[in-house]
Design a protein around this ligand. Structure first.
Ligand code: SF4
Ligand code: SF4
Length: 435
């Protein structure tokens, strides 16, 4: 069995043993459900309900605006209490539809139907409000509508799950391999020249064996084993590992004949196309050393993060750090009384903030940040240019190629926060380019 990989990367403590054996458990939301209208890349959805309206499960509460946007649906039945800005986990305020859950879970009739034709499949994915559920939040129907569909040669399903502690994709592969394979088969029906690849890290051998058993009757689908290393599941690093093709920051995967989708996204596609089911829930890993019972939960979008922490038994003492997503690329949570969104892959609670406890010292020119950088740039030099506001030098030294993976900060013995400096500069350069 060949094990594929990319150049660079790091091996952080995996932490997956905490939750990997916990089967996915469905939890119902509490009394109040907060549905953010902007939980995807692109224009926020526009509310389709008003205060006092009664909504049903699968009822649309937000309509996509423009080409890059996504619909929002209710996971509960109940009355709309408010349409107002609410704080999200990242501290930003976003317009939301707030529903008082009546606990009846009365269902709306199917909001869309799919007859299996290409147009109908794409329409179902669009209508269902599916976005990249690995955290990117890019509307999936746009991703699956490249300019030249005939040039797409590989549909890659990202089962690497390279972020430490995360086990939701692993549980999906163990518990519902048929949904993943069938979801990928649906995507393949849109691209007649494409092959399907499910890429899984070699720390999940049981998932590899299980998935292999389910692809036997699908001759366009194969399983590729990738080396356990962070950021193996990054779009660029995954494409490099499984197809040996390379993209840079100016290119899309489709430019090299590839489309990459996350495991949960593929499952959502299956549900939309086969069951006319809009995206109203997702799998969230709740873990970390400050959580009593680490687990994998199927959670409705709009559920309070505080409620799902309770579902995991609550805290073991006071956590110093709570993160939405993985520890390498996730974002610190400002307030746990904020809602789960379509992009919330994990809630991680740690008793110690490992980053805050180290003070940065001077660079000792050890070169380790260069060795681990999967974008093959010079992180120490880029961070210096970023800190001094040298935009031209930053761009000249390929600062925009950074994928913000965090490997350089992780490995740096001087504990320099290289990623943050580079990330801030990238954001400002990209924003000024847009203007
Ligand atoms: S410079 Fe960017 S891509 Fe390279 S290691 Fe640092 S964060 Fe990752
Ligand atoms: S890893 Fe840290 S100390 Fe080493 S060269 Fe990079 S910035 Fe300097």
């Amino acid at each position: 069995m060949s094990v594929l990989t990319f150049r660079g990367g790091v091996h952080p403590k995996e932490g997956k043993e905490l939750s990997k054996s916990a089967p996915i458990r469905k939890v119902l939301p509490g009394k109040e459900v907060v549905l953010a209208l902007g939980q995807h890349i692109g224009a926020p959805a526009s509310p389709t309900v008003a205060v006092g309206d009664y909504v049903l499960v699968n009822g649309k509460v937000g309509a996509a605006q423009g080409a890059v946007s996504a619909n929002i649906y209710s996971p509960v039945s109940g009355v709309v209490k408010a349409v107002e800005p609410r704080m999200m986990a990242n501290g930003l305020k976003v317009n939301c539809v707030i529903i008082e859950n009546d606990d009846k879970y009365e269902k709306a009739k199917d909001p869309f139907k799919c007859d299996g034709s290409k147009n109908s499949i794409l329409n179902a994915i669009k209508e269902a409000g599916i976005v990249g559920m690995g955290g990117a939040g890019f509307p999936t129907h746009v991703k699956l509508s490249p300019k030249h569909p005939k040039d797409i040669e590989y549909i890659v399903v990202n089962g690497a799950e390279c972020e430490p502690y995360l086990t939701s994709d692993y549980r999906r592969m163990i518990e519902s391999p048929e949904v993943i394979v069938e979801g990928l088969n649906i995507i393949l029906s849109l691209f007649e020249n494409a092959k399907g690849i499910i890429a899984i890290e070699d720390n999940k051998m049981d998932a590899i064996i299980k998935m292999r058993g389910y692809i036997k009757n699908y001759d366009r689908i194969s399983i590729k084993t990738v080396y356990t290393k962070y950021p193996q599941g990054g779009e660029r690093t995954l494409i490099k590992a499984v197809t040996d093709r390379e993209i840079n920051s100016k290119m899309l995967p489709a430019d090299v004949g590839c489309i990459v989708n996350n495991i949960d996204t593929v499952c959502a596609i299956y549900q939309a196309v086969k069951n006319n089911q809009p995206l109203i829930s997702r799998i969230v890993t709740v873990s970390g050393d400050a959580i009593k019972n680490p687990c994998n939960l199927e959670v409705c979008v709009g559920t309070s993060i505080a409620d799902i922490i309770e579902e995991a038994g609550g805290f073991k003492g006071q956590p110093e750090k709570i993160i939405s997503g993985g520890p390498m690329m996730g974002t610190a949570i400002f307030d746990i009384n904020t809602p789960v969104t379509k992009g919330t892959s994990a809630i991680l609670c740690f008793s110690k903030d490992e980053v805050a406890k180290h003070e940065a010292s001077n660079c000792i020119n050890c070169g380790r940040c260069v060795d681990v950088c999967p974008a093959h740039v010079l992180p120490a030099r880029l961070a210096l240019h970023a800190e001094h506001g040298n935009v031209d030098e930053f761009v000249k030294m390929k600062g925009l190629e950074c994928c913000e993976c965090g490997c350089c900060s992780y490995i740096c013995p001087a504990k320099r926060n290289l990623t943050q400096s580079i990330k801030t500069m990238r954001k400002s350069v990209l924003a000024s380019k847009k203007k």
